[in-house]
Design a protein around this ligand. Structure first.
Ligand SMILES: O=C1C[C@@](O)(C(=O)O)C[C@@H](O)[C@@H]1O
Length: 225
């Protein structure tokens, strides 16, 4: 998967929802950790949109169980044809356990998104930059999702996003939560390369998401023609 420009992902635990996502999404983010038999679902997948596979750890806001099994399943997913990118937590890469997933993905020509989530707040610029730099060291895209409690934290995230984009470094940034909601459609203007949205707001995979059709419309309306 190519992240040269913004990629809007329909985030879902159900690959059967892909036809409904086609009109608005560029890819499907398959939340393996929220699905009941994710590898079987991937084998059966015959949709048109490419898949970004995420098997989010319990310790990073997801529902992935045993870490070895979680990472093994993600490595297997990287070998299944429709999977064109995998998402791996920076902490998994740094502690070494996720390295084999990166290698497997690279061997299969699959892109790697290295992500960091902060569900508590927004760190200072330097700390956020450290996470992005580390993500870029291992992945094709470094993703940082923070929790905004006020507009200022969103501004610092957007400013950082713009710096990386101007330097040609692909990052994806998101300010989760109510105060950061607008970042989901504004960050692409500052160079964020990936957005996430559920088809139905009831199936949101993170705080503050707009539904897919709304995200697509707002991103489209805001982007320079
Ligand atoms: O990491 C991310 C970003 C996200 O947390 C969001 O805030 O939209 C949604 C998750 O599904 C995805 O894996």
């Amino acid at each position: 998967m190519d992240f040269d420009s913004f990629v809007l992902c329909a985030s879902t635990a159900d690959l059967g929802a892909e036809p409904a996502a086609r009109e608005h999404a560029d890819a499907v983010e398959f939340r393996m950790d929220l699905a009941s038999d994710p590898l079987e679902a991937l084998d059966d997948y015959d949709g048109e949109l490419p898949v970004l596979a995420t098997n989010r750890a319990g310790w990073e806001g997801g529902d992935g169980g045993d870490d070895d099994e979680r990472l093994d399943a993600l490595a297997t997913a990287a070998t299944v044809a429709p999977v064109e990118a995998v998402d791996l937590e920076l902490a998994s890469v740094q502690d070494g356990d996720g390295r084999s997933v990166v290698e497997q993905a690279r061997g299969a020509g699959v892109s790697v998104v290295v992500s960091t989530h902060d569900f508590e707040g927004t760190s200072d610029g330097e700390t956020m930059a450290t996470a992005l730099d580390a993500g870029l060291e291992h992945g094709d895209v470094a993703k940082l999702a923070v929790t905004a409690t006020d507009r200022r934290s969103v501004l610092s995230l957007l400013a950082l996003t713009n710096e990386y984009d101007r330097a040609g470094d692909p990052v994806a940034t998101i300010a989760m939560g109510e105060a950061g909601r607008h970042s989901r459609v504004v960050a692409p203007l500052y160079g964020s390369r990936i957005g996430y949205a559920p088809l139905d707001p009831a199936d949101a995979t993170a705080p503050g998401q707009f539904d897919l059709a709304t995200t697509a419309r707002l991103v489209d309306e805001l982007s320079p023609q």
